[in-house]
Design a protein around this ligand. Structure first.
Ligand code: NDP
Length: 338
C-alpha cells in the first residue's frame, strides 16, 4: 500500500473560491492491477477550467463531486508498471488530479521524452493549453499576413502561444495583460503592441493600437476587455471563443443594460464568425501536427513560454485562487515532487 496525499473539493464555491472550498487528506491506494501503473506526481497543472468543475452547473464535463479529488493533468514518474507499454522510471503525461500518487490504467498515458523538452511543458506550451491556441487559430481564427489579431490573458499559457503563432503566420499582434510586468514581457516576446487592461484609458489605448481594425479576436476573457474589442472588429472578423475567465466567479448577470441585441447586431452587420470551441474537439484531427510543429517552434526559439511554478501540493488552492485574479505570471504548475 502507498499513501497518497490529495486535495479534495470540500464544498462548492459561491463566487470566487476560497481556501475553505478545499481540504487536504491522505488515503491509501491499492497496488496496480494488470494493465495499470503506480504513479508519483511530479507536476500538477492548474487551469481555469477547474473552476467550472467545482460548480454543479451543467457544462461540457461532469463536475467534481464534493469530497472527491480535484481533477487535473499531471506529469508523473512511473514507480511500478504492470503494463507492457510503460516501464518503471518512465515520465508520463497523466490525469491524476491534485494528489501525490495514483494508480491508473496505462492506456491513457503518454510517455514523455525529457531529452526533447522539459517535461513540465507537456502541461503548457506542448500540452493542452498550447494545443488550444494552435487548434483555435488554425481552425477558427485563421490569421493571414497583414491582419490584426488581439488576444487577452496574453502572458498566459494559451494567450502567449496564440500571439506567437499569429506572428509566425504574418499577423500584427496586440496582447492584453494585467499590469506593467506582464506588458513588458509581451514586448519582449515580440507582440507588436502590449496593453494593460487595468489602465483607466484601456479602451482608448486599444483603439489607437488597431488603426486598421481587428480581424481576429481570440476570446479568452470576456468582460470589459471584450466590450472594448467588439466595436473595433472589422467586417468578416473571426472570434474563436476559447474562454471567458472574467465570468467564471460571477454569481449573476452583469450590471447595466442588456447588451445582447447590440452584440447580435454586430455579428449580422459585420458578417462576424463567432465560434466557441473546446480543444478536445480537434484532438483527433490535429494533435500529431501540433506536437510536431509546436515542438519545432519551441526548440527553434520561435515560440517562447513562461512557467509560474509553485512548490508543494499544499500550495495548489492558493495558487489556483490567485490565477482567477490574474496573480499567475505564465503557465501555472505545481512542483509536487522532485
Ligand atoms: P492563464 O495562464 O492565462 O491565466 C488566467 C489569466 O486570465 C490571468 O493570469 C489573468 O491575466 C487573466 N484574467 C483573469 N481575470 C480576468 C479578467 N477579469 N479580465 C481579463 N483577464 C483576466 O490561463 P490559460 O492560458 O490556461 O487560459 C486562458 C483562457 O483560455 C481561459 O479563459 C481558459 O478557460 C481558456 N481555455 C479554454 C480551453 C478550451 O478548450 N476552450 C482550453 C484551455 C483554456 P492578466 O493578469 O493578464 O489579466
Amino acid at each position: 500500500m502507498v499513501e497518497s496525499t490529495r486535495i479534495v473539493l470540500a464544498s462548492r464555491p459561491a463566487g470566487a473560491p476560497t481556501p475553505e472550498n478545499f481540504r487536504i487528506e491522505t488515503a491509501e491506494i491499492p497496488a496496480p492491477a494488470e494493465g495499470e501503473v503506480l504513479l508519483r506526481t511530479l507536476y500538477l497543472s492548474l487551469d481555469p477550467y477547474m473552476r467550472g468543475r467545482m460548480s454543479s452547473a451543467k457544462s461540457y464535463a461532469e463536475p467534481v463531486e464534493v469530497g472527491a479529488v480535484m481533477v487535473g493533468a499531471t506529469v508523473a514518474e512511473v514507480l511500478e508498471s504492470r503494463a507492457p507499454s510503460v516501464s518503471k522510471g518512465d515520465v508520463v503525461l497523466a490525469y491524476s488530479g491534485w494528489q501525490t500518487h495514483d494508480v491508473a490504467p496505462a492506456h491513457g498515458l503518454r510517455v514523455l521524452d525529457p531529452a526533447k523538452a522539459p517535461v513540465s511543458t507537456a502541461l503548457g506550451v506542448l500540452g493542452m493549453p498550447g494545443f488550444t491556441a494552435y487548434a483555435g487559430l488554425s481552425r477558427i481564427g485563421k490569421p493571414q499576413p497583414g491582419e490584426t489579431l488581439v488576444v487577452a490573458a496574453a502572458t498566459g499559457a494559451v494567450g502567449s502561444t496564440v500571439g506567437q503563432i499569429a506572428k509566425i503566420k504574418g499577423a500584427r499582434t496586440v496582447g492584453i495583460a494585467g499590469g506593467p510586468r506582464k506588458v513588458a514581457y509581451l514586448n519582449e516576446i515580440g507582440f507588436d503592441v502590449a496593453i494593460d487592461h487595468r489602465a483607466p484609458d484601456f479602451a482608448e489605448q486599444l483603439a489607437a493600437a488597431v488603426p486598421d481594425g481587428i480581424d481576429i479576436y481570440f476570446e479568452n476573457v470576456g468582460g470589459s476587455v471584450a466590450e472594448a474589442v467588439y466595436p473595433l472588429l472589422n467586417n468578416y472578423a473571426r472570434v474563436p471563443v476559447c474562454g471567458l475567465i472574467a465570468n467564471y466567479n460571477a454569481t449573476g448577470v452583469p450590471a447595466g443594460p442588456d447588451r445582447l441585441p447590440a452584440f447580435y447586431g454586430r455579428i449580422l452587420t459585420k458578417s462576424l464568425t463567432v465560434r466557441g470551441f473546446i480543444q478536445s474537439e480537434f484532438v483527433r484531427e490535429l494533435y500529431p501536427d501540433f506536437l510536431r510543429e509546436m515542438g519545432e517552434w519551441v526548440a527553434g526559439g520561435r515560440v517562447h513560454y513562461l512557467e509560474d511554478v509553485v512548490h508543494g501540493l499544499a500550495a495548489a488552492p492558493e495558487a489556483f485562487i490567485g490565477m482567477l485574479e490574474g496573480r499567475n505570471f505564465g503557465k501555472l504548475v505545481v512542483r509536487v515532487a522532485d
